[in-house]
Design a protein around this ligand. Structure first.
Ligand code: HEC
Length: 130
């Protein structure tokens, strides 16, 4: 029997994971940027669209829904919904149509345009852990 815990493949994955995690905890890395997007407009859109019905979002006093979890510190998270690399293009796609990425997700498609989703993404990337 081949000990799974010590297989070379697993060791390689562990090394990659450790490198990945330590890169993510490097607080000196620049925040993710979205060219031309306006974070303050993003917060207005978050308010208008009603993201707060399902998420606690710093900067939004009300509502503070719990279904989708808090987005506090989202700018420093490595993954979107625990599955997708937290990169601008992927986040913009997620914000418009989550089921297109993850068919069984409980987050519904939103009415955001591409430009609006970029503004919202810019706001979310301004949220760091405090
Ligand atoms: C009807 C409830 C609902 C609404 C409205 C909603 N979401 Fe979500 N959202 C969810 C759920 C549920 C998840 C978790 C999805 C998953 O893991 O598949 C989620 C996940 C997310 C994530 C990924 C979070 C993470 O921890 O990785 C982001 C970012 C997000 N939502 C932003 C928004 C924004 C911005 C809006 C408004 C434009 C919004 N959501 C509107 C329910 C909602």
């Amino acid at each position: 029997m081949n000990g799974r815990a010590t297989s070379p493949w697993r060791m390689g994955m562990m090394a990659a994971l450790i490198a990945f995690l330590s890169a993510c905890s490097d607080k000196s890395r620049p925040a993710r940027q979205i060219a031309g997007a306006d974070p303050s407009r993003g917060l207005e859109l978050i308010d208008q669209v009603g993201c707060g019905a399902c998420h606690v979002i710093p900067g939004l006093a009300w509502p503070q829904g719990r279904t989708g979890g808090s987005l506090e510190g989202f700018g420093e998270r490595p993954l979107i919904a625990g599955r997708f690399p937290n990169q601008p293009g992927t986040l913009v796609a997620w914000l418009r149509d989550p089921p297109s990425l993850s068919p069984n997700t409980a987050m519904p498609p939103t009415p955001l345009s591409e430009a609006q989703a970029r503004d919202v993404a810019a706001y979310l990337y301004s949220l760091d852990e405090r």
